[in-house]
Ligand binder design. Structure first.
Ligand code: PGA
Length: 320
């Protein structure tokens, strides 16, 4: 025998039990009294127990009825809870957001933007993964992140892409550096310099290597460090010069701990982009965050209207 419990019959039962009356239950449910009696009879048949007994003029719950009433309250409470949870998922004001950003944007830009987002959506829980673009793509493809902000990178799956902020990469050096006071230094002079570089997979490092490759000059690396803060400390300590995002240098430039070298061809300009899988079903919260990011971008960008800038990278090996 297949066991089953019909929720419609259970709701009718609950109403009769609540009022100890078929008549009152029928009124409240807007059914006829025979319809209510039929529902209860079907429920009794399917459960194989008697649920009500009439003693005098009063309708009483049997022992089985009392037990079922306790369970029915729990069941309808849980259904209410379930519906509340589904309502919350339709609202952008609740829920969890799993986002990612590359090392530089994740450290120097997104915390400030998240502060503003939190003021608008204080109940949204945000999980931010800060890592290099290679890992971000992997996290998107494995559906661990809803959306990410990252620099140019090649992806092999169809993605939605929209520009968010331009990323000026500058050459940072200590103020005592031999080129610190010079203007329009030719690129070739960099062949005498030693560089502190980021880890492989970093967009900043990739840009530096490409620029040297295109100029036909060997890049001399003094040290590799997987983190912008360590690189800034290393540059200040005289270990070499470095290519760094301008957004990472506010404090160092203000305090003149570091300076920007004026070398031809710099800054190298990259673009930060919002990326998510085209197939990804974004939750209401993720959609709200996406609009928020694009609004921030619009406020900061003097470029063409957004509709002209959004692109869809469909083909294999599309470089973002
Ligand atoms: P990075 O990425 O901080 O990992 O170097 C920045 C970028 O790709 O522009």
């Amino acid at each position: 025998m297949t066991r089953s419990l019909n929720l419609h019959q259970l709701a009718t039962f609950q109403m009769v039990a609540k009022h100890s009356s078929y008549v009152r239950a029928a009124e409240e449910l807007h059914f006829s009294q025979p319809a209510v009696s039929a529902q209860i009879r079907l429920l009794e048949e399917s459960l194989g127990v008697k649920l009500f007994e009439k003693i005098g003029r009063k309708t009483h719950l049997t022992r089985a009825g009392e037990e079922l009433y306790v369970y029915s309250q729990k069941i309808f409470f849980l259904i209410d809870d379930t519906l509340d949870a589904m309502d919350a998922l339709r609202s952008p004001h609740y829920g969890r957001l799993s986002i990612g950003a590359d090392t530089t944007f994740g450290t120097y830009v997104i915390p400030g933007w998240l502060g503003k987002f939190h003021k608008l959506y204080p109940n949204v829980q945000v999980e931010l993964e800060v890592t290099n673009p290679e890992h971000l793509i992997e996290a998107l493809i494995n559906n661990r992140l809803d959306l990410v902000v990252m620099g140019n990178y090649s992806v092999e799956v169809p993605v939605f892409v929209a520009p968010v902020l331009s990323n000026d990469l500058v050459l940072a050096a200590p103020p005592t550096h031999r080129l610190a006071e010079r203007r329009a230094v030719p690129f070739v002079e960099l062949s005498r310099e030693y560089f502190l570089v980021r880890e492989p997979g970093s967009g900043t490092r990739e840009s530096l290597e490409t620029a040297f490759h295109e100029a036909g000059i060997p890049l001399q690396v003094s040290m590799q460090m997987g983190n912008n803060t360590a690189i800034k400390q290393g540059v200040a300590a005289g270990l070499g010069i470095a290519l760094l995002s301008r957004v990472a240098l506010d404090i160092e430039l203000e305090t003149r701990r570091l300076v920007i070298l004026d070398v031809e061809g710099f800054p190298l300009v990259r673009q930060w982009r919002l990326v998510h899988l085209q197939k990804k079903h974004l939750s209401a919260t993720a959609r709200a965050f996406k609009s928020f990011l694009l609004q921030q971008a619009d406020q900061l960008s003097p470029l063409a209207p957004r509709s002209q800038r959004e692109t869809r990278a469909r083909r294999k090996d599309v470089s973002l």
